[in-house]
Design a protein around this ligand. Sequence first.
Ligand code: SF4
Length: 508
Amino acid sequence: MRAFGDAPREKCGVFGIYGHPESAVFTYLGLYALQHRGQESAGICSRLADGSMRFHRDMGTVAEIFPERELRRLKGDAAVGHVRYSTTGASRLLNAQPIYVEFAKGHLAVAHNGNLVNADQIRKRLEGEGSIFTSTTDSEVMVHLMARSPEKAPEDFIGDALRQTHGSYSLVALTPDCMVAVRDPRGIRPMCLGSRMWTDDDGREHKAWIVSSESCAFGVIDADYEREIEPGEMVVIDDAGLRSVFPFPPHREAFCVFEYVYFARPDSIIRGKMVYDVRKELGRRLAGQLADRGVRGDVVISVPDSSNPAALGLAQASGVPYELGLIRSHYIGRTFIEPKQQIRDFGAKLKYNPVGSTLEGREVVCVDDSIVRGTTARKIVKMIKHAGAAKVHLAVSCPPWRYPCYYGIDVSNYTELIANEVQSDLERIRGYIGCDTLTYLSLDNLLEATGLHRQSFCHACFDGSYRVPPVDFVAEARKQLDFTGLPDFSSIEDDDDGDYGGYTDGGS
Ligand code: SF4
């Protein structure tokens, strides 16, 4: 994953385990595997043998902030963890998760991936009624709603709170008695369930349950992948085992299609599909679009690492050889995540270096997974040409990113989007980036490449079809849609009709 400048950023990853004496260590390892979903802060909260809870949160990557003594202090038989990317300044540590509170109902730790689109409205109401917030996160709004709920059981007060919210959440909560994992009714952000058998000193077998944003976290702790947590499903795990409830009215599924393009790790399984396989299929379909345009090239390269599978698929489908044309440094620290222009400029050169023998004198098909501002693509094209390429054909494995995301991705301002600023004029984008041809994967090809039903996806960032009205962002959304000449925001209806449209996953 690119860790600076011109890339959409997933805000969080969550992990939880219940029923293993090494829960804190396993959570630490699980967060390691989820590090691509957030590198600015991380945290673990664990339940100790006596039912008390301890936590540690800090700014930095998992490796940086959890010394061994800290993991020993967190030793317990259940734990939840979180990795986060955030943009706020001085309050960043306060925004780190899991959130931990002690309140009238006991102790509670909450780790959240996603974004509520009515959090500001709820927060203003709660502040008007005397509530005091210690962070700027929408996750704390959820915790306030849980605390104010008249319900006593965790599954009831969590469900009661979440029914008042709109937006995306894959959330895991830990109390002294149970762990609760829940996905929003549209299942916008991913979360899956795993398990791990273990044997105690008396030879008795036990099963620990695990939840994670992505299944790539299971391999590192030798856990088995069980299944997706379904949209709108709440899984409650306690000493009696696991039970599943569906506490929300049903909604049409709207899984973030960009997880397949970029956010998720390629070795994760999401909705029954290996992300790597989907990305290769994106590349194959991109090859078809290039052929339709008469673009071929002498060599296919990728912008590493997230574009590698699509480039491989494109090369295999087109018969043009795939080679390494850019080498990525993996040793850039957090300094280069800072969103300052000077550092972004420096960061692009520090992060990628061209391979002259691959590029010199050749017509290069360069595959990238997305273009947000266009600044990094411009630098990369310049770098490839400077290394001697005769031509650069930029092939992007998703459609033009034209609209902000309000569901947990850090692209919430249309002015950041080059495809929006120039109002769909791809020739102007090509001119700015400096490539010889520019080809974006079509939305139809993107959705069909997943092999899943197209109506089960969110793709609002590509076509403005917001499935959950972003009520906190109405003014911005209206400006955005007016700007691009699409219908006024008032024409966007919440799809709270419980209509599943009669579709099932697996056929398009
Ligand atoms: S708007 Fe785009 S990035 Fe955001 S959830 Fe929908 S598909 Fe994903």
